[in-house]
Design a protein around this ligand. Structure first.
Ligand SMILES: Nc1ncnc2c1ncn2[C@@H]1O[C@H](COP(=O)(O)OP(=O)(O)OP(=O)(O)O)[C@@H](O)[C@H]1O
Ligand SMILES: [Mg+2]
Length: 295
């Protein structure tokens, strides 16, 4: 019996609730290089999915660089985080913040090492709590911080899909490639990756960027990187950041908003088709994280 099976047995033995509905899909948004537009993409993409009738929760698993709450105009102290759930100080639903445009947000603040050390009672409480999200959200978007770490690789391997964001800058392309390479080193079965090129000045530049990364991944890593879409350089993005209101709401007709809508139209049909592999969901995500850490 492998570690994951052991963990599942443990969960079943201790009556951790079973999945009742289609699990939420866990989508990690990452980049390698910082400051390329992950958080802005995550928030505005969440708004577009919500507009399409989907329930979305943004989960911030890296408090050191978390700023989604600022982009949403939050000024008050956060109600709680996954760390509070981990230590049984709060119920998960008491930690959900209602952000601008009705987007739900949960702060992470979670130390995976600490999660590993939890006693059985706390671990069962935690797993039961996060599982509650399955009856609540269609998509859980994980906004990650800058930098490549073992934890980021774990998140990517445990997610149902990863959206890689890059700009056309060579340093950003190189860092995106480095993330894919790091993931490649840890698994024989590459996870699903899709690419968003952000801040391209022309369509040509966006196409060239996606080709460069797709070719390098395919030739050197044998990994498939399909393009999810392009987000052009648009001054409205910066303006929206300064006014702490997402551009998708404050400038619904600007180029970046149209690009986000197009990305949502590409993303949803693919997601709703028959998935080739079973959805891991949030429970599968944390089971896998624990398993990867133990192995
Ligand atoms: N399409 C765009 N057009 C113009 N400016 C943009 C665009 N996308 C992002 N920006 C600018 O880049 C800045 C950084 O974006 P954001 O905070 O989303 O990056 P990030 O990748 O989340 O950064 P970090 O790695 O620090 O978390 C924004 O404040 C905005 O000014
Ligand atoms: Mg960010």
């Amino acid at each position: 019996m492998d570690q994951a099976q052991r963990l599942r047995e443990f969960m079943n033995r201790h009556h951790v609730q079973e999945e009742k509905k289609q699990p939420s899909r866990m989508i990690t948004i990452t980049s390698g290089k910082g400051g390329v537009g992950k958080s802005n993409f995550t928030l505005n993409f969440a708004l577009a999915l919500k507009e399409a009738g989907k329930k979305v929760v943004i989960l911030d698993l890296d408090l050191s660089t978390a700023n989604i709450d600022i982009l949403m105009g939050a000024t008050a102290k956060l109600k709680g985080s996954l760390a509070d759930v981990m230590y049984q100080k709060k119920y998960l639903f008491d930690c959900i913040e209602k952000g601008i445009g009705g987007i739900d947000y949960i702060a992470g603040g979670l130390d995976i090492q600490e999660l590993m050390k939890l006693d059985q009672k706390k671990l069962i409480f935690f797993m039961n709590q996060i599982q509650e999200l399955n009856s609540y959200a269609d998509f859980i978007l994980l906004d990650t911080g800058a930098g490549i770490s073992k934890m980021l690789v774990d998140f990517i391997l445990a997610s149902d899909e990863t959206i890689m964001v890059t700009t056309p800058e060579p340093t950003s392309i190189a860092d995106a490639y480095s993330v894919m390479k790091a993931v490649h080193q840890f698994t024989v079965q590459p996870p699903k990756f899709r690419l968003v090129v952000n801040r391209a000045k022309t369509y040509r530049e966006a196409v060239d960027t996606s080709r460069a990364l797709k070719n390098a991944s395919s030739v050197f890593l044998k990994m498939n990187l399909n393009t999810l879409g392009f987000l052009m350089e648009d001054e409205h993005v910066g303006k929206a950041v300064r006014s702490q209101t997402p551009f998708y709401l404050s400038y619904p007709n600007c180029e970046a908003s149209k690009n986000i809508k197009q990305i949502m139209y590409t993303f949803l049909p693919d997601m709703e088709g028959n998935p080739s592999s079973p959805i891991k969901g949030i429970r599968g995500f944390f089971e896998k994280i624990l398993f990867l850490r133990k192995s």
